[in-house]
Design a protein around this ligand. Sequence first.
Ligand code: N01
Length: 538
Amino acid sequence: MSEPRYDALIIGAGFSGLYMLHKLRELGLSVIAVEAGENIGGTWLFNRYPGARCDIESIEYSYSFSEEIEQEWVWTETMPAQPEIEAYLHFVADKLDLRRDIRLNTRVTAMAFDAADAGWRIDTDTGVRFTASYVVAASGILSVPLEPDLPGMDAFDGASLFTGSWPKAGYDLTGKRVGVIGTGSSGVQLIPVVAREAAHLTVFQRSAAYTLPWEVRPLEADELKTLKASYPEIRAAQREHPVGAARLNAFSVLLDTLSQPPIKSASRAEQLRAIDEHGVMGALAWGDIFFDIEANRMAARLYGEAIARIVKDPATAAALVPTHPFGCKRPIIDQGYYETFNRDNVTLVDLRAGAIRAITPTGISTEQGDYGLDVIIYATGFDAMTGALTRIDITGRDGADLRQIWQDEGPAAYLGLAVAGFPNLFIIQAPGSPSATTNFVAALEQHVEWIGDCITYLRANGQRTIEARPEAQQEWIEHTTSLVEPTVLAHPSCNSWYNGGNVPGKKRRYMAYNAGIPEYRRRCDEVAATGYPGFDLA
Ligand code: N01
């Protein structure tokens, strides 16, 4: 079954897809958004696990394009929990009447560029075929959960749950023996909540996390009123801030360390004062730790001392100290993570002392012993940045195969939004975009607006196609890579979704743009203002 041709098709109806749909409709295009999920919301629909919450303040982790939405929506906490973000996106979809142009339960399976027609043919799992002049992939950077390849996973007699596809109806963990595999952002958020519910919690930790305690509190009505009155200033400050969020958040803490004195020249007394006054956060606030691996290791040791002041059992405290450099994984914030390990019903299994051998029908078998479990929760991360698109058969000009190209040559895109060989395909937050190391909503708004302007330009100038040039793409990769080369982020021990090191077999390349959103915007605007150099227009 084929649909009439659309001007644009958007893949995904999460944060990015919803705004893109609104933007292109505003510009007068015929648009359809195709969403694999049963509802809108994307990442914030699927990650419904207990404790799921954003680590940017709600007032900044929200659309800035509509004053009406800003004023009407009521945030109830400083940092929003998953249900509130999901509800917010529903509010936005209703407010902008977006649902009529969204096809739910429809997964794009393949798409091919038709040069003669200057457009894309798009196949879906419902059998409906679409054609569109432009495709915008708003398919998310953290939307494909990564299941570990552990023997016996299917043979487990208990319940297997994944943070990235948590059951809609929830899951009652009361009285259960629960195992959690994974201690990234998801695991660190989930673990304190599960510990309060389960009869016993066993945490299987392969890499210890750096995580900073954070207070999340209700937003009082008066405070929210004052914040809403200050929105113009708040948004202006966000636009100027490298991470797209000017209020204190996980990223800005990291950035603020740059202005601190170096740990290498700090006396022992000064180091101890840092953790006396600021706990684990004080251990990491030194100006040299991103550029000097030895300084970073000194900070990690101090961090271990700060953990030992919280976690009572010395062996558990020692096992919670990370061995990778601070900064090479995404910063994490938590509510009561380390304190959780003082509970009688929580056990930490440090997999560095003996790996998981297999999942058995009754639990998890490791090289250090077997653990009986009723529920296993996998908080094992995502095939990030590229995973959503490499699961679609995408064929560009002259048979170019996106999956193969990214596999062979590494993930790449010009300006972090368009790939050479794939005309009229825009990717919101592709490899080389600020996304991963910034406030995602601020980053996506910039992309949506730039793409909207670009399509307007093409239409106004009678151009039917736009395609990134390989040499421009290569220059962009070199520029992006050069930003992290002098830092510990390029250290060989850094394995994370930032560089694909978390996915076996994935070609490693650092995928975020680290010069900040304002500099990124300046570069993108310059390209737009000078007739799109680096692109072929025809
Ligand atoms: O995933 P991760 P995540 N055996 O990749 C472990 C965003 N987010 O879902 O590091 C044992 O960070 C793995 O170990 P290792 C945020 O951007 C935001 O937690 O590979 N362990 C690691 O500990 C975040 O960065 C929020 O050694 C295995 C963990 O699983 C991103 O999502 C909240 C394993 C995966 O950590 C991803 O976070 C949640 C195996 N076979 C998520 N395989 C907020 O806004 C993997 N692991 C706060």
